[in-house]
Design a protein around this ligand. Sequence first.
Ligand code: HEM
Length: 440
Amino acid sequence: MSTDAKYPPGPRGLPVIGNTIDLSRDIFAFFEELRDEYGRVASYEVFGTDACMIAHPEAIQRILLDDHEAFEKGEVLTRNLADAMGEGLFVTGGDQWQNQRTQVQPAFYRERLNTYVPEMRSTAEETVEQWRDGMVVDVNDTMTATTMDVLGRTLFGVDVTENPVVSEASDAILAKFDTNRFWSFLPGRLPTPTNRRYRRKLDELQQFVDELAQQRRKREYDNRGDDLLSILVGFVESSDLTREEFRDNIITFLFAGHETTALGLTYTLLCLAQHPDEQAALREEVNTVCDGDLTAEDLPKLEQTENAISEAMRLYPPVYMFFRETARDVELQGYTIPEGTTLVLPQWTVHRDPALWDDPETFRPERFAAENRQEYAYFPFGGGPRHCIGMRFARMEMKTILAAILSEYSFELVSDPNPKLITSTNLRPAEPIEIELHEC
Ligand code: HEM
């Protein structure tokens, strides 16, 4: 490919290992260098496989929206996730995906999600009730536990804090899907410790979901509650969603919706802890809008809070890059990219591109109040028909939890303002992010 003049330019790495060494050391620096040296559509090699970085908003829009049929999720992703969620929304393609998305979508309509807000709020309040003036809190740990609790209550209708099956399986799936492993192209069937643990935890989780579904099916229709599990059980009964599709989707929501939301909150708290003025403005907004009694109707009014979350996810996108594979030869920004090429869409790089953002390294939530943003310069939830189905759920949850915290405590950062990050499955802090609480 590298000899084709119209193929995107890029460094030609060492044989066999390609640029893999650079990539695993610091993937963001690598993409930035690639952009600065070769442009926003540039190529590189991983283990002799051609890949292209796509960091140009117009090209991203073409891939996710305008010509989305020409780009698939890709063979490596499909193979890696086949056991856990091969029949679910995240992995399937074509008609099967379309059919599922249409059926599952109503479970994510605003009216339906509004009914989860009281549960989100009481979970958040239970977390905050354990806090005390002067306490130092590990933000990521706390937010991970809280979002898992929310997901358990709203998705399964059960308290998962007592039952480690769900959180352990979630950790095992995330470890298995770790991007470093992705790059190494290790076949999943090798009996490595990660793979063995993954298989065991996945079996336990699948059994847990099957049992929950069975119990739910036995109940009378009006006695089932309105968690996602019941809604999906209803779809299995009333439509052609198979039981495997049902189970894989429950696991998909768990995998896709848990750590991501916890990280969104973690980075919002990291930013706010360093910006006391922003924090005070948000507290005032929360107190004015709901005065300690937040309802679903209040959420759209928390505009500054929403902007702060958006800005934190610009600087620290929990999903910092994702992949597509070309289903045919395509033309992007004047280059020809052949069928079967892996494309990487790096949110981190695009969200901090100085050509697209003023003062890109600075936390400035008010930039989200202005309307003049270029499409696809910001895509923390992906875009086009395959955009995150849980986006509204996640935003509602993050706002509800933040409001609960802000109305009780102010907080300051007592750990490193620039924490080291790990580019794992999602963008994780490599060291604790800690805040000290002050009762309001
Ligand atoms: C801050 C939190 C979240 C972030 C940053 C996030 C990010 C994303 C991104 C970037 C995609 C697109 C992936 C791609 O196109 O390859 C996606 C898809 C998806 N997300 Fe989320 N997500 C979040 C929360 C959630 C939640 C709470 C749920 C479910 C309860 C969820 C369920 C899904 C599903 C099922 C898909 C696949 C949709 C499809 O292909 O039709 N996500 N998410």
